[in-house]
Design a protein around this ligand. Structure first.
Ligand code: SAH
Length: 347
């Protein structure tokens, strides 16, 4: 039965080398297998043609190679591609390919569902079912890279952890996946082209700074007024804005990397002068830019995007304080692939 066998991609290169030594074989076999698994993306031991039949059988007896299957793929009229990916245990996560003139971005998931409870997000309704393993995150990137080459004739250029889940609640696995994505044995991508988006888990932002990570940080702020933030993102009652501010100051001090704030402006929620003022003040703590994201309605109309006049008032206030602000239009809305819409509708 497969159930008792370990996923071979949970092993580091050294662990694979040790495994072969323990079998009385030579350690370099570990390197060969590692290369098959990661650089060459082998899904079957039988594909590892530079290993003997006996070795392949021995691996088959001890391990499985878990991998994701594209269960369903949808293409938007704007070129966005959404994949529903089936994991080895039957659960589904989603990932999105977002092409623009100059780049192709993979939006990847870090958890099945999400442990947080942002009221405006479809994924939050699913609750967290489990964390994704490093290889499951890595495979999302590989599959989107293939789609990017196929549909757009160019490799993937950027990755954002803005799919399902809270990446900092699955920190170790996200970090291992990024290590593999950036290593020469994996995809060799620059960490500067990777952005991890968090709802603002202060303790983990500090840890990332201590760990010397080289990727970029985005924080889903949505309000710099404590009571409003608590209302729309209830879990933030345990993560006050002053802690977030201190964590971000620490992050900047250690990494010198500018923070991006993601911010949606909603009618009757954060469309007032006090909210604008609070955001401007918050933006002065560390060098940053603000992405004003278009709201993607998910349900009953509880949240509604504010009008253009209000968005412009935000932009004016930010820019007159020398803070870079951009309006981010949503992509792939017709296939529910935009921010906050990932919720396994077809599962
Ligand atoms: N948990 C992480 C990453 C996933 S959400 C985080 O919170 O950052 C990715 C981004 O989409 C976040 O900025 C989130 O606040 C935003 N988002 C969630 N629901 C949305 C919606 N319905 N419309 C627009 N943006 C949304």
């Amino acid at each position: 039965m497969q159930i008792d066998k370990k996923d071979i991609r949970a092993l580091s290169k050294q662990q694979l080398r040790d495994f072969f030594t323990a079998q009385g074989d030579q350690s370099f076999r570990g390197n060969q297998v590692y290369e098959w698994l990661w650089s060459k993306g082998a899904h079957r031991f039988d594909d590892m043609t530079n290993l003997s039949k006996n070795t392949r059988q021995m691996l088959e007896d001890n391990f499985v190679i878990n991998h994701i299957h594209v269960d369903q793929m949808q293409r938007s009229e704007d070129g966005t591609v959404k994949n529903a990916l089936r994991l080895h245990d039957g659960l589904i996560v989603e990932s999105v390919l977002i092409p623009t003139e100059t780049r192709t971005t993979a939006c990847v998931s870090s958890q099945v569902g999400c442990s947080l409870d942002c009221n405006f997000c479809a994924t939050a309704r699913l609750k967290r079912m489990r964390n994704l393993n490093p290889d499951e995150i890595y495979d999302q990137v590989v599959s989107i890279d293939k789609e990017s080459r196929f549909y757009h004739g160019r490799p993937l250029s950027n990755i954002v952890f803005m799919g399902m889940g809270e990446p900092l609640m699955n920190y170790n696995n996200v970090l291992s996946a990024i290590e593999m994505i950036t290593s020469e044995e994996g995809l060799g991508m620059s960490p500067k082209r990777i952005t991890v988006s968090t709802s603002g888990i202060s303790k983990m932002i500090k840890k990332m700074a201590d760990d010397g990570v080289k990727f970029k940080l985005a924080v889903s702020l949505h309000s710099a007024v404590e009571e409003i933030r608590n209302e729309i993102m209830p879990f933030t009652k345990n993560f006050p804005l002053t802690d977030l501010r201190k964590a971000l100051e620490y992050w900047y001090q250690k990494t010198k990397s500018r923070v991006t704030y993601e911010y949606v402006v909603w009618k009757g929620i954060n469309d007032d002068a006090k909210s604008i003022e609070a955001l401007v003040k918050f933006c002065k703590y560390v060098p940053c830019k603000v992405n004003l994201i278009e709201y993607n309605p998910i349900d009953d109309g509880m949240f509604q995007q504010a009008d253009e006049k209000t968005i412009n008032a935000y932009i004016r206030a930010l820019e007159s304080n020398d803070i870079v602000a951009k309006v981010r239009r949503s992509r792939g809305k017709d296939i529910d692939a935009a921010c906050g819409q990932l919720a396994n509708k077809e599962a």
